[in-house]
Design a protein around this ligand. Structure first.
Ligand code: BGC
Length: 947
């Protein structure tokens, strides 16, 4: 076999590259096939697992050998060996055979390492430093919290505790692992060096039910002889101010730490250093740190060398051992939060008000690293904002009790110093600097971008630079809001609103590998689900949100938000083909639909008694009571509340029908056929009731707004015969609105899709190219660098509001750009079958998308050059694809210069009325032909923008 003929590479264990410290007992393996040949399909594979690399190479003393498995599966192949042990590294490799009989070499070795799988593995004790408990803020109503305008009282904040322990290592270390978690957030050092590159560990989860511990490889930090380990703690999400109302103490008011350092000597013996009463505690230079209020550092109080072995801690006090049940402990799952980018300052502005503002040119989530030199005791204040006002002055665009988010640094003096907060972050592009000694220069400031450090998987580009900027804005909003949890915005609430990620998940899954990140969040969602099946609007669902839900809405969930329990796993299944994600959350989905069903059946509208029997009968299929967010932030509504009130009824029933239909499909995939039938029947009844209740004979809906039509078409809520008329009504509404959208959160993801599906592509393109407010390109032309919460966050007259400037929800159009404009689609979940169908009529001169699927790179690109159309397609090994070549029926199509019928990899092709559809095996293809535009082709508004 020639080199490159067939290889297995890109090995993933549980979707991660060499994960360390996971607690999945039946891990699944994925790999990609690579070959220079076209049309490669896997016929069989063999996996070997061993506990040393040597055994793996020799193929002896194995933990598991799958033998030759005849299967075309190369993703999510489950481990079937003996039970895994704690704290152990397992090595694995794979080889494959293809349908021609070719056999690959063994892949290179990959590994995964287990965390502490049994509760008894934990020898450490929870400890608490001597501390002032965190002051619990008074509970305010939402209105009071948002309108709160007293200055923040930082005197109630407490210093960040330092904890340290000395220990002795008596021999040469072969391996050392630190397992750690905290109440609060933590950062460790061993012998003066920072442990790991994670930030804000143990990250944000539903702590009382799901608290992650992290595993760190610290072999290089521990040395033979005297050692010391130290940690700084801060309030974090556990005790600090969080959420819409900015309340503290959501999970507790005392900070705590749990750590276990396991050292293995060369001779195989073990030493364990744990958190207990021998840990000593003090405080130091972090005067306070709160995620909302900010961080204050007094560099004069730095305790030099406090994590070195010879540090004199005689004045420190012993920490207190305390007891907490550890049944909520789970191994960290997924990519950690890291500094995922550094941006230099682009300019320093002196505003009309005379303030000094550093501009980083990009809205982000993160913090600033500042270099400074000046006299001891100089105090510098950094304030953060996403936007300047219409006059160019610094505008604090944070609403709520803790809008004054400031970081402060007091200089030590005597030389250059660097300040970078450790435990806080902000949403910002601009930083107002006060008190800086000397001239503020951009080279002294760097923005550190914080994000859950996921792999980029998508790339989209086209001939219109404005759309390219839109795509970048979507990616930035994704990157800076997927920070431990899927947040709504990084400056105001930082909350895991279920509705926001529900609408954005398909786009998110194009741009990055979000499978593990969102699965972890879904696990928290499932744990937060209420006994009656309600799925809270926000996950993690902490006290203050509960309070808001109960006092404001009288319940915990809303249509379109709670449905995330069904729609997000579905989006993950579609993108990755992972059936386990459907299995794992199936019960939660069933419980949600049962809740909705009971609510629909038992809660009846106020005018029920005036209805005739037929109307009464259908009420039980309509979810038409209670509060919902509806088509949230529908542009024509005068306020968010009005948007909710006008749209909630029809949106709730729409989602009831849609989620029930998805649940039916999910049940079928899982082989639960009676369930599949029952949910399909229920969904049919809901759709029928919907049509009877809301649809008029002329195709209008009684809820006459764009989003209602979009949902009715997308979710199939009206009969097929009625859909043409309904689509016409939608078109009329859009036309009457000057080709500007008027869709809110939950309908906008489908707006352009339904227009394309119902023969109105021209309108979809007009909406895409629209530059008047509200529209995607309006934001771009107003200088947006992220997606805004509201289209008119900057009004056409230039007035700047204090809405969020970094809310990914309306960026859900990204999914459509990949699928429709570039034409990169799937025919089967997980892209085992690919469909490429470029929108060459959209007015652009080229578009291209690349997606790193689990099978490998998929490319769909097209360009018009002279009278020629060039379509490029890359289909990865072990998949097949269909490429639809528009208007190619009457012309000669060549593939890389060869006639179609002779091209390698082409399985078959056929023609329909206009197009040629080509079935392909894996490979890179380039189709060229003379292109005659169709009569209805969109004129090119911006085709020449990119040279
Ligand atoms: C958040 C949203 C969220 C909404 C609920 C807002 O305050 O920022 O993105 O989904 O409330 O309707």
């Amino acid at each position: 076999m020639a080199l490159g003929d067939l290889e297995a590479e890109q090995l993933l264990c549980e979707s991660m590259v060499n994960p360390v410290g996971i607690d999945i007992r039946v891990p699944r393996f994925s790999w990609q096939l690579k070959s220079v040949r076209r049309g490669v399909l896997q016929a069989a594979y063999r996996i070997m697992v061993a506990d040393t690399e040597e055994k793996l190479w020799q193929g002896t003393g194995l933990i598991w050998d799958s033998g030759k498995v005849h299967s075309d599966e190369s993703v999510f192949c489950a481990y079937e060996g003996e039970p895994l042990l704690s704290g152990k590294r397992y090595y694995w490799r794979v080889k494959v055979w293809d349908r021609t009989g070719a056999e690959s070499e063994w892949s290179t070795a990959s590994y995964w390492e287990t965390g502490l799988l049994q509760r008894e593995d934990w020898k450490a004790l929870w400890i608490e430093p001597i501390q002032e408990p965190v002051v619990e803020d008074p509970v305010l109503s939402l209105r009071e919290a948002l309108q709160y305008n007293k200055p923040t009282d930082t005197s109630i904040l407490h210093p960040c505790p330092l904890l340290r322990k000395s220990f002795f290592i008596s021999s040469t270390v072969r391996k050392a692992r630190l397992y750690a978690t905290a109440h609060g957030t933590y950062m460790f050092q061993i012998n003066g060096q920072k442990v790991g590159n994670q930030e804000l560990a143990p990250e944000f989860t539903s702590y009382d039910r799901y608290l992650q511990y992290q595993t760190y490889e610290v072999t290089d930090l521990v040395k033979n002889g005297a050692n010391a380990i130290g940690a700084i703690l801060s309030d974090g999400w556990y005790a600090g101010r969080i959420g819409l109302s900015g309340n503290s103490c959501q999970y507790g008011d005392r900070l705590g730490l749990l750590f276990q350092l396991e050292v293995e000597y060369e001779d195989g013996t073990q030493e364990i250093v744990v958190s207990d009463h021998e840990v000593k505690c003090s405080t130091g230079h972090l005067i306070y740190s709160d995620q909302f209020i900010g961080e204050k550092v007094d560099a004069r109080r730095i305790k030099d060398g406090w994590t070195l072995p010879d540090y004199d801690d005689s004045g420190w006090e012993p920490a207190q051992e305390t007891h907490f049940d550890i049944s909520n402990l789970v191994a960290h799952y997924g990519e950690p939060v890291r500094v995922a980018g550094k941006l230099p300052a682009v300019q320093v502005i002196t505003t009309p008000k005379g303030e000094t503002v550093v501009d980083f040119g990009q809205v982000i989530a993160g913090r600033v690293s500042m270099r400074v030199e000046g006299p001891e005791g100089t105090e510098i204040i950094l304030e953060h904002s996403e936007v300047l006002d219409e006059h160019g002055n610094f505008l604090n665009n944070i609403m709520g009790r803790h809008k004054d988010q400031k970081d402060m640094y007091i200089l030590r003096g005597g030389g250059p110093e660097t300040f970078e907060p450790v435990f806080t972050f902000h949403g910002f592009r601009y930083v107002k600097v006060t008190g800086y000694p000397g001239t503020v220069r951009s080279e002294h400031f760097t923005a550190m971008v914080l994000s859950s450090d996921m792999r980029y998987t998508g790339f989209f580009e086209c001939s219109d630079e404005r759309i390219n900027r839109l795509q970048q804005n979507i990616v930035w909003s994704q990157k800076t809001n997927l920070l431990s949890i899927p947040m709504d915005c990084p400056q105001r609430e930082r909350a895991g609103w279920t509705g926001d990620i529900q609408v954005f998940a398909p786009t998110a899954a194009f741009n990055m590998d979000v499978l593990v990140f969102l699965t972890r969040w879904l696990r928290n969602l499932a744990l937060e689900q209420l006994p009656n099946g309600e799925v809270p609007n926000v996950v993690p669902y902490h006290k203050s949100f509960r309070h808001i839900g109960h006092t404001l809405m009288g319940k915990d969930s809303s249509a379109g938000w709670g449905d995330a329990v069904i729609i997000v796993p579905w989006a993950l299944y579609q993108a990755y083909g992972d059936v386990r994600v459907l299995e794992e959350f199936y019960d939660s989905m069933v419980r949600w639909i049962s809740y909705v069903r009971q609510t629909a059946e038992n809660e009846l509208p106020d005018n029920y008694d005036q209805m005739d029997d037929v109307q009464k009968e259908r009420q039980k299929y309509l979810w038409n009571t209670g509060f919902h967010f509806g088509d949230w932030l529908m542009p024509s509504a005068s306020s968010p509340t009005e948007s909710a009130m006008r749209t909630k009824e029809v949106v709730a029933t729409s989602f009831y029908a849609y989620s029930t239909a998805l649940l039916s499909e999910t049940a079928a995939i899982l082989g639960k056929h009676p369930d599949a039938e029952a949910y399909s029947d229920l969904s049919r009844r809901i759709r029928q009731a919907y049509a009877e209740e809301y649809l008029q004979d002329d195709g209008t809906l009684s809820a006459h707004f764009q989003g209602a039509y979009v949902l009715a078409l997308q979710f199939g809520l009206v009969s097929e015969e009625a859909r043409g008329q309904v689509a016409d009504q939608l078109a009329r509404l859009i036309e009457g609105n000057g080709y500007r959208l008027d869709t809110g959160f939950v309908s906008v993801p489908f707006l352009l899709d339904v227009l394309c599906k119902y023969g109105k592509r021209d309108i979809a393109y007009k909406l895409l190219y629209q530059t008047e407010c509200p529209s995607w390109l309006y934001e771009v032309e107003r200088g947006a660098t992220t997606i805004w919460e509201s289209w008119s966050a900057i009004k056409p007259d230039g007035t700047v509001s204090s809405m969020s400037f970094n809310h990914y929800a309306f960026g859900c159009v990204g999914d459509w750009l990949y699928r429709e404009i570039a034409g990169l689609r799937k025919e089967q979940a997980g892209y085992k079958k690919i469909n490429i169908r470029p929108a060459v009529d959209c007015g652009l001169s080229y578009a291209s998308a690349k997606y790193e699927s689990r099978y490998g790179t998929i490319v769909s690109g097209w360009s018009k050059q002279g009278g020629q159309l060039i379509v490029t397609a890359v289909i990865p090994p072990n998949t097949t694809g269909t490429v639809v070549l528009p208007n190619a029926k009457h012309v000669t199509v060549k593939e890389s210069g060869t006639p179609l019928n002779e091209a390698a990899g082409v399985i078959s092709y056929h023609q329909n009325e206009f197009d040629v559809s080509v079935q392909l095996g894996s490979g890179s293809y380039r189709f060229t032909y003379d292109y005659q535009p169709g009569s209805a082709e969109t004129p090119s508004p911006a085709a020449s923008r990119k040279k």
